[in-house]
Design a binder for this molecule. Structure first.
Ligand code: ARG
Length: 457
């Protein structure tokens, strides 16, 4: 098969080189955005008088035929034709001859591949935004179902202070909110048109870059052709956005894996999202959560992969850049698959309310509330901290809780303590005492739940 670039070559390409340099095995999925870009380009060429309107229509309708064939699985891909751009162009030429040979006027594969990638990433960003919204909805929906359930909050994996269960759910909503904001910000730089930068220097032909940008929904036109040809910043940013989504998902998974253990017993996971052991009949394992956590490794690995790829590349296009797609596609597919499963797991899990409640008074979750009670009575914070520390030590010795101490015991530690101290002791009171904006107390959390219900609709 004659190569599109074969003019100056006297020898055929070694088939091993074809196999080594091809990208069709992984870039064929760009066919739809490639056709979209080519149709816009052909429309612009006609308006600039570089092809006729009849030629434009022929090119566009043949590109649609090619699309239909690809979608029906009737299109043959071969390493000889390198990549998706060459495949579509050569199919076009096969069908309409010289008219097809005009499509690549004023364009190079270098601006074409970046245009395709940007259209792909823009769609990906929009899809991820909806998937993240679905995850937020799932957590917000849990808030009503779990209203009133109090859970220990931890630092260092040690019991710290009691919070509403919904406070946990909304913590994930906030993380996903930032993920969505980051994607929206990344989208701004994705949405700048590379098309028309041609190989590296632009073109002497009277192309209209504003027109193709507008046809493809880009916000603006990239202003330096050398920069366009070498720029993959937007892929580095995109995979970083994906990595933080993965980090948030893996935090959630880790938490629920621990909560699902017999030792914690905080949560039941739905059967449909757990798996069994091949040898231990009693087992029900949180494999899906473990895999979401585990797949984070390959998503995060895409960040250094892209950064190392672009580090020290001289301008402008270098073939190294072909490797960018492997990292980005895998990271995107992985995060998409994880986000698609998340809402069902979130919705199907059940908090083990009784078990959680039965151990809620363990771990002195009310110690900080007692310290803050003392502060309100005029005790300096550090002094109150010491006083409560001593009372906790006393309880540990007597194997009791702070609320089990008599008023005399408490007053011995600090004579400013009154009978109203029992209104802050115990996990429930300690949770209710939390007042500050953003805290895990009942009133503040209820306000935030209402806000979030409005946000997710
Ligand atoms: N398959 C190539 C890639 O993905 C397309 C651009 C090739 N350009 C070139 N001048 N060889 O990067």
């Amino acid at each position: 098969m004659a190569k599109a670039w074969g003019g100056r070559f006297q020898q055929d390409t070694d088939p091993r080189v074809e196999a080594f340099t091809e990208s069709i095995s992984f870039d064929s999925r760009l066919y739809a955005v490639d056709i979209r870009g080519s149709k816009a380009h052909a429309t612009m060429l006609a308006s600039a008088g570089l092809i006729t309107d009849v030629e434009r229509d022929q090119i566009c309708s043949t590109l649609e035929e090619i699309r239909t064939e690809i979608e029906a699985g009737n299109f043959a891909f071969t390493a000889e034709l390198e990549d998706i751009h060459m495949h579509i162009e050569s199919a076009l030429i096969e069908r309409i001859g010289d008219v097809g040979r005009k499509l690549h006027t004023g364009r190079s594969r270098n601006d074409q591949v970046s245009t395709d990638l940007k259209l792909f990433v823009r769609d990906a960003v929009d899809l991820l935004d909806t998937l993240l919204l679905d995850c937020q909805k799932a957590f917000v929906d849990r808030c009503e179902q779990d209203a009133g359930v109090i859970i220990p909050g931890y630092t260092h994996m040690q019991r710290a202070q009691p919070v509403q269960a919904a406070h946990y759910w909304l913590a994930y909503c906030e993380k996903f909110k930032r993920d969505r904001e980051r994607l929206a910000d990344c989208r701004k730089r994705v949405n700048i048109s590379p098309l028309g930068a041609a190989a590296l220097a632009g073109t002497s032909l009277p192309i209209d870059r504003d027109m193709t940008a507008e046809l493809l929904g880009f916000e603006a036109v990239a202003a330096n052709s050398l920069d366009v040809s070498s720029d993959r910043d937007y892929l580095a940013e995109f995979v970083f956005c994906l990595s933080l989504i993965s980090a948030h998902l893996s935090t959630w998974c880790e938490e629920w894996i621990i909560w699902f253990s017999t030792e914690f017993g905080f949560i039941q996971l739905p059967d449909a999202y757990t798996t069994g052991s091949s040898i231990m009949p009693q087992k029900r394992n949180p494999d899906v959560l473990e895999l979401i956590r585990g797949k984070t490794a390959r998503v995060m690995a895409a960040v250094p992969q892209i950064l190392i790829l672009i580090k020290s590349l001289p301008m402008a296009y270098n073939r190294d850049l072909q490797e960018d797609k492997l990292a980005m596609f895998d990271a995107f597919d992985t995060v998409k698959a994880c986000l698609e499963l998340t809402p069902s797991i979130v919705a199907g899990a059940q908090l083990q309310r009784e078990h959680i409640a039965s151990r809620l008074e363990d771990g002195f979750l009310d110690a900080t509330a007692l310290m803050e009670y003392l502060i309100k009575k005029g005790v300096p914070m550090r002094t109150g901290h010491g006083t409560v520390g001593q009372l906790v030590a006393k309880c540990e010795g007597a194997n009791c809780r702070l609320k089990d101490l008599s008023l005399e015991d408490l007053q011995q530690a600090c004579n400013l303590i009154d009978a109203d101290v029992y209104e802050v002791l115990g996990a429930e009171n300690a949770m209710k005492a939390l007042q500050s904006f953003g805290s895990g107390g009942a009133e503040r959390v209820a306000e935030r739940v209402a806000d979030w219900q409005g946000i997710v609709g």
